[in-house]
Design a protein around this ligand. Structure first.
Ligand code: GDP
Ligand code: MG
Length: 169
């Protein structure tokens, strides 16, 4: 059996890095420069009879003031239509207005999709205890199915995400 999982988040939080790690190969370009990915990138994770299509979804943070932005946004939103799970990736240090905008887009839908919050780049955080106030704050924003500190580049908790993706199908 198979299903789709979307990776969403503002630019530069590590979506493409996570996609590559989940797939164990470089299918999506990662960069320090924001907005490297303008199009959806998909990758298929195959495990026996099970296949998960991961979709790297840029553009959910974009304000819809201009027609082109509405178009990009609609493309991003449409890739959320049929997914079993959404991985909302944020930076382990900073929450921005763009993160709120992404979260808003997720809140518009009331179906049984799982939404997990992946707090990325925790390898950058020396004092792990300092994460707790941030985690508590984020837990209040939305009823996430799971909140998981991860490191997409180091691979920390990426297996856990893969397990949850499997369970969501
Ligand atoms: P995207 O715009 O959300 O797709 O972000 P990218 O995957 O392109 O990553 C943006 C930048 O963050 C790149 O320089 C990555 O190397 C870096 N990055 C991504 N994941 C991690 C992580 O877990 N830890 C650290 N320290 N850097 C990361
Ligand atoms: Mg990217």
């Amino acid at each position: 059996y198979c299903g789709m999982v979307a990776i969403v988040g503002r630019p530069n939080v590590g979506k493409s890095t996570l996609l590559n790690k989940l797939l164990g190969q470089k299918v999506s370009i990662t960069s320090k420069k924001p907005q490297t990915t303008r199009h959806r990138i998909m990758g298929i994770h195959t495990d026996g009879a099970q296949q998960i299509v991961f979709i790297d979804t840029p553009g959910l943070h974009i304000e819809e003031k201009r027609a082109i932005n509405r178009l990009m946004n609609r493309a991003a939103a449409s890739s959320l239509a049929d997914v079993a799970m959404v991985i909302f990736v944020v930076d382990g240090m900073t929450w921005t207005a763009d993160d709120d905008m992404v979260l808003q887009k997720l809140q518009h839908r009331n179906d049984d999709r799982k939404i997990i919050l992946a707090i990325n780049k925790v390898d950058n955080i020396k004092d792990k205890e300092s994460l707790f106030p941030y985690l508590t704050e984020l837990a209040k924003k939305f009823d996430f199915d799971e909140i998981l500190p991860i490191s997409a580049s180091k691979g920390t908790n990426v297996q856990r995400i893969l397990d949850m993706a499997r369970e969501s199908l």
